[in-house]
Design a protein around this ligand. Structure first.
Ligand code: 5GP
Ligand code: ZN
Length: 114
């Protein structure tokens, strides 16, 4: 999608601190980190919100989640723990309408979230 920030990061048109690049997904550091480790995992293909997911994307979303776990492990957070979050629409605070998985780690995270 031409006017989408995360499509532009995925294509390299906008720079980011990339921690993983694959055929279908990209992971990069959040610009405004909410924890010592705050990585966003995105698909290269544009999907606006979780509401737009279709069955043909099940493998893609599975890859996003598994990649987040691998990144957490690579960054040394597997044992202490980490959180993965997808925000969907206004009540969850979604601000970028290209689905992304937040990987948060490196501090104790409260539950329930605010
Ligand atoms: P949301 O609120 O939609 O779940 O999360 C969007 C995230 O994208 C926020 O955590 C925000 O800090 C991050 N973000 C917004 N613009 C940029 C950017 O230009 N570069 C990077 N790396 N992260 C961004
Ligand atoms: Zn997009």
């Amino acid at each position: 999608m031409s006017n989408c920030l995360f499509c532009k990061i995925a294509s390299g048109d906008i720079s980011a601190t990339v921690v993983y690049q694959g055929d279908r997904i990209v992971a990069f550091r959040d610009l405004n980190p909410q924890a010592p480790t705050h990585v966003l995992v995105i698909p290269r293909t544009h999907v606006s919100t979780l509401n737009e997911l279709t069955a043909d994307r099940d493998g893609l979303v599975g890859e996003m989640v598994r990649r987040a776990a691998l990144i957490a492990k690579d960054l040394g957070h597997a044992e202490a723990g980490y959180r993965t979050v997808f925000n969907c629409n206004a009540d969850a605070g979604q601000t970028v309408f290209h689905i992304h998985l937040h990987l948060l780690a490196g501090r104790t995270l409260e539950w329930p979230p605010g």
